[in-house]
Design a protein. Sequence first.
Length: 225
Amino acid sequence: MNDITVLIVDDESRMRKLVKDFLTQKGYNTLEASDGEEALKVFEENQNKIGIILLDVMMPKLDGWSVLRQIRQTSKIPIIMLTARGEEQDELFGFELGVDEYISKPFSPKILVARVEAVLKRTIKEENKTINCGGIEIDIEGRTVKVDGKQIELSLREYELLKYLLDNKGIALSRDKILNNVWNYDYYGDSRTIDSHIKKVRHKLGKKGKYIETVRGIGYKFEIK
């Protein structure tokens, strides 16, 4: 992953330096921005080489949510939100907008780097392979999804969730198991995070959304009857 550039967006220079030092030690390239407006400018000028963004929420000029919304209009680049807030509702809001990870300050730089690596592993191209099930086709190399031949737009998290369900079709998966495998770490937040993403995926699948069944008292499973 040494060719990957990380954009660090935080209005605290001390925090940017701390994160940059740890990422540099791991061989990552870094770019920095001290506010939301600068973040958008740096992203626009370097989006072809930026592989992931670490984005603070509370910043001058333009906050992290506003930056996230604008980037998501044109890009699915992985984004990890950094915030001093620890409110559960903020985390749910972030996932609704397409955040890939959400880390509350203060945090361990080592844990942050581990999260960065986990997210990047999910976005690295896998072996060329296609999953086709009930008219839902997933091109793993291209990370695209088609329903009855028509491509649909999914966020990174929605894509990973759908793929995990298809990889385990016919198996009832608990919310905890889904969180641990799709979010790639032990998540102790509200299970509504899963429910919200399932609702979105079902909607985007249209009539095929019925294949994602709710298993009362457990979670969900993908099954074609």
